[in-house]
Every structure is written in C-alpha cells, then in structure tokens.
Design a binder for this molecule. Structure first.
Ligand code: IDP
Ligand code: MG
Length: 139
C-alpha cells in the first residue's frame, strides 16, 4: 500500500437509492484509479467481522444490521495520499457536519446510513481490502 491505496464501500442506502454511478463518477473525477471492485452483499456475520473494531460502541448492532441489509460495492482505490484525500472527498461521518460538495453531504441519509466507507489508515486499508479481495483480483 505504502500510502497510495484506500478501501471503500458504497453502502446499502446509496446502492438502493441508485447512486452507484454518481458516486463512482465523483471518485474518478477526484483522480482515484480503481484497482479492484465488486458488487456484493455482507452477511450479518461478515458485517460483524468487518466492523469488529466498533463492537463496543452503542451503535454496533444497528451498524451490522444496516451494512448487511442490501448490496454494497466494495473497491480498492489508488491515488497519491489516498487515505487523507478520500476522507476529504467523502466528508464527515454525520452528513450534517460534512462539507459542501462531499459525497456524504450529497448522498448520505444520516450518521448511520452515510452512503460510503473510507479507510482511516494505511494499515486498515490493507486489512479491509484483503477482507473482500485476494491478490489475484487486484490490478
Ligand atoms: P467513519 O465511517 O466516518 O470512519 P466511524 O466512526 O468509523 O465513522 O463509524 C463507522 C460507521 O458506523 C459510520 O460510517 C456509520 O455508518 C456508523 N456510525 C458512526 N457513528 C454512528 C452513530 O452515532 N450512530 C449510528 N451509526 C453510527
Ligand atoms: Mg471509520
């Protein structure tokens, strides 16, 4: 990874609302290259594993139910300074606090159903990407 890759999901609310294309267009326009991508669905067990880091937070059950409620798009993205630049592109966790023009400001419903995931560190990007993709599925 060496700082140039991040992992994202287009979450169930955004897929259900028909916003896959709009969100991918913003990702491309911001200069990210897609290294791996798939439309898939998390079981509640796998949502629990993916978000295990949040297992002690009060919203963990709600988060796992939501993330397994419908299809998602999982992708590995490449760009210089990928982690920070992608967090800036998606905006704050709560869309109320997200900057104008960010993906969450435009497409999130709430702090829970907030349209997209973005990794918060190189280490987590590596782990999260590996959760969905093998070496052979990446470009
Ligand atoms: P992030 O996605 O901006 O990194 P995190 O704090 O890592 O935010 O939380 C992970 C996900 O958990 C959020 O994207 C959102 O879907 C959900 N979440 C975060 N805070 C809350 C909350 O207060 N209530 C309900 N869901 C939340
Ligand atoms: Mg996070």
């Amino acid at each position: 990874m060496a700082g140039n890759r991040t992992f994202t999901m287009i979450k169930p609310d955004a897929v259900a609302a028909g916003n896959i294309g709009n969100i991918l267009a913003m990702i491309n326009k911001a200069g990210f290259k897609i290294i791996a991508m798939k439309l898939t669905k998390l079981s509640s067990e796998n949502a629990g594993k993916f978000y295990a880091v949040h297992s002690s937070r009060p919203f963990y059950g709600e988060l796992c139910d939501y993330m397994s409620s419908g299809p998602i798009v999982a992708a590995i993205l490449e760009k210089e300074n990928a982690i920070e630049d992608f967090r800036n592109l998606i905006g704050a966790t709560d869309p109320v606090n997200a900057a104008e023009g960010t993906i969450r400001k435009l497409y999130a419903n709430s702090i829970a159903e907030n349209a997209v995931h973005g990794s918060d560190s190189d280490e987590n990007a590596q782990m999260e990407g590996s959760f969905f993709f093998s070496q052979f599925e990446r470009f």
